[in-house]
Design a protein. Structure first.
Length: 334
């Protein structure tokens, strides 16, 4: 019996040593465990671990426990993380072409408008820009957060002129800031961790975000009373892998990563819709007053903003050729 126990102990020790020596794939997200994006990426990580067992160890980090999304690009270059899934609003400081998705042309548009752009040749140009300028691999379709809106503390917005002089917190994106500036408000960058205090001290009057983000982060507890549900832009998350690490992966492992990611995209997009609707119902129950502008109001605001789109394009640095392609695409859509 003792010999058997000793033999079993040696096997367990060897197994432990082998596991600890496996190459590691670290996956980092910024959102909390209750967020719809975090849940989807966690499912991906779990499936990946199951399919790559005895070959790689998958380590999943949520709630910025490894890196904030704003720092994920530098971390990949430094070899401190292998996979990240940052929001589209985090990119344009490094990849100006990503600002395309926050231009006034997208204001108030349904999700299928963004999907259409992503299925066009425009997406190929944007993805090439991401990969070349950040030295990463975009290994799959993008996940959805959903439409973002303007939430405010003390002033209810019901028309474009109500934006005047409001201090609106944005998570990032030069084009987001420029679009809000064009609406006569003052966009302010505030770290997410500092946002509750900023709202309490009235350092900001409101913020640009989604219903689900408000609920999953419990920001509704910080005296947010109103929302102008205008669909400022359709927010998504981009799956990235360090290109240096990607190149080192065997071809079959690359295929497993791509296929495992793809399996979860449609499910996540359905759940994102459900999460936003559920969050909206919850916030209404908590007393949030929702103003949804009419289609005519949305169109009128978009037309007013479009007069400033060319200036925004030049300021944020979108390539002239890409924007020209986008204008042609819009003409064909019409």
């Amino acid at each position: 019996m003792k010999k058997f126990v000793t033999f079993l102990t040696i096997l367990l020790i060897n197994f432990s040593l082998n596991t600890s020596n496996l190459p590691i794939i670290r996956i980092s997200v910024e959102n909390s465990s209750e967020h719809v994006q975090t849940k989807a990426v966690k499912r991906f990580a779990d499936k990946l671990q199951n399919r790559l067992q005895n070959r790689y160890e998958i380590k999943f980090y949520d709630h910025s426990s490894l890196f904030r999304d704003a720092d994920i690009f530098r971390a990949m270059i430094q070899g401190k993380v292998e996979i990240g899934v940052p929001g589209t609003w985090q990119f344009d400081a490094y990849v100006p072409n990503m600002a395309l998705f926050q231009l006034p042309s997208f204001y108030g548009k349904e999700a299928y408008f963004t999907y259409g752009v992503m299925e066009s040749t425009l997406a190929k140009v944007v993805i090439e820009s991401i990969e070349q300028q950040l030295n990463v691999k975009v290994f799959g379709r993008w996940l959805d957060l959903g439409h973002t809106h303007i939430f405010t503390r003390d002033k209810q917005i019901k028309k474009l002129t109500d934006f005047r002089n409001l201090k609106i917190r944005v998570a990032g994106g030069m084009a987001n800031s420029e679009r809000l500036s064009a609406m006569s408000s003052y966009p302010i960058i505030v770290n997410f961790a500092d946002l509750p205090l900023a709202l309490t001290k009235k350092s900001v009057d409101g913020l640009l975000t989604s219903f689900d983000t408000i609920v999953s982060s419990q920001l509704w507890e910080n005296n947010l009373k109103y929302v102008y549900a205008d669909g400022q832009y359709f927010a998504q998350y981009v799956p990235l892998c360090s290109f240096e690490f990607w190149q080192q992966l065997p071809e079959d492992v690359q295929t497993i990563i791509v296929e495992t990611w793809e399996e979860g995209v449609e499910q996540q997009r359905r759940q994102a819709i459900s999460a936003q609707l559920s969050a909206l119902r919850f916030l209404k129950e908590k007393g949030l007053k929702v103003y949804t502008p009419t289609e005519n109001e949305i169109n009128a605001t978009r037309e007013a903003l479009l007069a400033k789109e060319q200036a925004i394009v030049q300021k944020v640095g979108i390539e002239e050729n890409l924007y020209r392609m986008f204008v042609e695409y819009m003409e064909n859509v019409r």
